[in-house]
Structure formats: structure tokens, C-alpha cells
Design a protein around this ligand. Sequence first.
Ligand SMILES: *Cc1c(COP(=O)(O)O)cnc(C)c1O
Length: 377
Amino acid sequence: MKPEKIWLSSPHMGGKEFEYVQEAFASNWVAPLGPNVNGFEASLEAYLGQGSHIAALSSGTAAIHLALILLGVERGDEVLCQSLTFSASANPIVYQGATPVFIDSEPDTWNICPSHLETAIKDRIAKGKKPKAIIAVHLYGMPFKVNEVMAVAERYEIPVIEDSAEALGSSYNGQKCGTFGAIGILSFNGNKIITTSGGGALVSKNEKIKEKAIFLATQARDEAPHYQHSEIGYNYRLSNISAGIGRGQMEVLDEHVQLRRKMHDFYKLVFEDREGISVFSEPSDMLFSNHWLSCITVDATRAGISSEAIREALAQDNIESRTLWKPMHLQPVYWDAPYYGAKISETLFQQGLCLPSGSNLTDTDRERICAVLEKCK
Ligand SMILES: *Cc1c(COP(=O)(O)O)cnc(C)c1O
């Protein structure tokens, strides 16, 4: 018989979620609005601080789409985007009829490289088109180089969309991720650090942006007794049932961040003296990662084993692990998109592996994972 599956990252309920969902049923707020939506937004706003205003939405992808619309991205525009990321960071650019221009990573945080970013901006301007926005990602919870990236963005006056889908609970210089960009976005998909089963949010310092996001997310109805529309709207609001799950999850968020970080410490110990294998860690104390996923890179010649062989060994014992995101500039769907960089993201993709990282993993799970990894030599 196969041992029980150990997942990469699975939902972890805190306990109160079901009460909030039951309240929604009891009061018949079974709709994409209601007390849980307001309560969830308020607790996110308090958590992120910095005077954040938050619109709860149906997904992180929807949040990126609305962010692009709110920043005026239109057909024919160009948007700069980190290449090493999940496709949902980039796809909304195409929904708008705009073109993504992909940027390589830098090796410290695996996120958008400030110097390739600047090269790209200069070159696109020289070619006659100034990019409309920059999408930077805090991949696997690791903050990108905020000071450096924001400095480039400000120099050329291009707004940053901060994709914080994987980084709720991370911070940079003591300030929470999600609060740095012109607009930030969060995701509460099933595998993220907290989940609403599916959901997302748009973060802004400006209450008007929140109001406009909600207006667009609820079909863009003009103020009139009948249904009247002067703009194209979307059905992107979060349901009051899902938001109930989110309210419960917010109560255990910090505890779950600590547990994810404990998984990272566990892998640091497992690979302590292992030649050729390094655990992805904060390059300095200024960065604080929620370690949504713990990742390693494996230099196969020095380690005597490849990341793929480790993935297969774990799978043999019914333990899920996964390659890093395949860079967008290597995706068939984006082959003709411009790319600026070298081979950092490509090399990370070849050498990297995400390991089971859930806040709900047990000592027994860790023993099983450790036993397989010890044998991988
Ligand atoms: C999950 C994720 C998204 C999209 O969020 P959904 O809620 O799944 O739509 C966007 N960007 C990154 C980096 C993600 O990991």
C-alpha cells in the first residue's frame, strides 16, 4: 500500500472559518457582498497597514487584470513583467490586448533584475514606446529588491504592479509586501499561504482606486434606477461565503507564516553539509520571507544527483515536489514576446525544486521527507 500523500502546499484551516460561513448562511448573505466581505477587507487592511485600501476579488488574476485597467493599459501598449513567475502574472496583459516584455531574474531573490529592467526600459523608449507598467513578483514569498526596482520605476515614472500573490506575510525593511507598488495584488487560491478556496485582492493607498476596482468588479453600473453602463465591467467580486473562510484564515496567518518558516529551517538543517545543494534563503536581514514554498537549487555535477532525480525519489514515496515556474519567455505561448536578460531564470528553472512546505505538515511527514532526501546522494 502507498503511504499517504504529502502535498507541496495544501489548505490549512484554523478553526473559525466554518463559523463565519455558517453566519453567512444564517443571515442569508449568500452573495458576492455582505458582512464577511467587509470584515475580510478590514482585517487585511489592518494587517498590511500603511493606510492600505483593499478590494476583495474573485482571484489574484482578476486583481492583476483590474490593476492594468486602472493604470490605463490598453491595446497596443507594452508592459514589463518578471519572466520567472506563474503565467497568471502575465496573462492579464494579453487580456488587455497589450504586449508583455519579459525581464530576467537576479540571483539573490530570484526576482526581477533591476539592471535588466532599466536596460529594457531604455531600449523600449528608444524603439518608440514607453512601457505603461511594471509587474514585479515576490516569488515563493521572497521580497524582490524593492529599493532598487522602485528607484528604476520612479526614474522613468512607470507605475509598479506588485504581484504579492505568494507573499502575504512577507516584508521588506519592516514594511509588508503588497504595500509598495502603485497597486498590489494578493491571491487566496487553494495552495497559497491562506486560502478562501479561491480569491484575490487589490491593494492600494488610494480609497478612490479601491472604489473604482469594486465598480469595475461589479459590472460597472452607473448610478441610475435602471441598468446603465458607460464602461465595460467585470464579474470579479469575492463571494461572502469565500470571504468567511478568509476571515477565519486571517486569525491564523501569522502562526502559519511561522510554521512555513519552520519548514524552511528544517530544509536548512537537512541540506546543511550537502555539497552542491543550496536552500533558497533571504540574502539579508532587510528581507523577511513567508517561505510560502521552500526551494532548493541543485548543481548536479557537485551534488552527484539532479533536481529531477530528487523529484522522482520523493514521488516514489508519494511526496509531492515541483520544478520552479518555467520562465515566461520560454513558454510556447510567449515565444515571440521581447525578452531582456541572460540565463539566470533559465538556470534556476533547470536546477530548482520546490519541496513540501505546508503549515500543516507533521513531524511524521518531516521524518518521511528527511528519509528520502538523506538517500538522495
Ligand atoms: C497564484 C498566483 C497568481 C494568481 O492568483 P489566482 O488567485 O490563482 O488567480 C498570480 N501571480 C502569482 C505569482 C501567483 O503565484
